[in-house]
Design a protein around this ligand. Sequence first.
Ligand SMILES: [Zn+2]
Length: 166
Amino acid sequence: MISIPPSLAPAKEEALSLLRQYWVETPPVSFTKILRGLGLSLIEKDFVWDTSNISWFLDIENNTIYINASDNFQRRMFTLAHEIGHFLLHKNILAREPGKYELVYRSQQIEWIPDPIEQQANCFAAHLLVPKTMLDKYYHQASIDQLTTIFWVSKQVIGYRIATEY
Ligand SMILES: [Zn+2]
C-alpha cells in the first residue's frame, strides 16, 4: 500500500465529508445533488479552441464548471470531480489569481502533476469517485475492468485507489 502524503489528507477528508453530507453511498457517484447543494452549474460543450486539449474550465465568478463534451465519460466524471475539488479547496486562491488554474490539460497524469494544487484536486477527485467504503464492497469480487464500469472511472483511477488502500 502507498500512503498518500500528509499534504493531501485534507483533500481526501473534504471529499469524504461531501459524500456524507449528500448521502451518496453507492457508485457511480451521482453529482446531481452535490452540484445543486454547492450552487454550481455544469455546462458540457465542445471546446473548439485548437490550442487545446482542454478538459474543463472553471468560471469561479459564475460558479460554473464547463466540461469538454467530446471527452469520454470517465474523463468527464473525473474532471467534474477534480473541479469540485478546486471549488471547495481552492476558491480563495482562484479568486485571487483568476485564470491561473482555469485550464487543465489531458496530458496531465494523476500521479505526477507537480503542482500541489492540482495534486490536491486529483486526490479529492479520486476519493470522491472511489471512496474506500464503496471500494471495499467490490474490490474482492470484481476485476479491474468491472471496477471501472461500476465506478465510471478509468483504470488509472482505480489503480491509484487500490494502491493507496490495500
Ligand atoms: Zn486542476
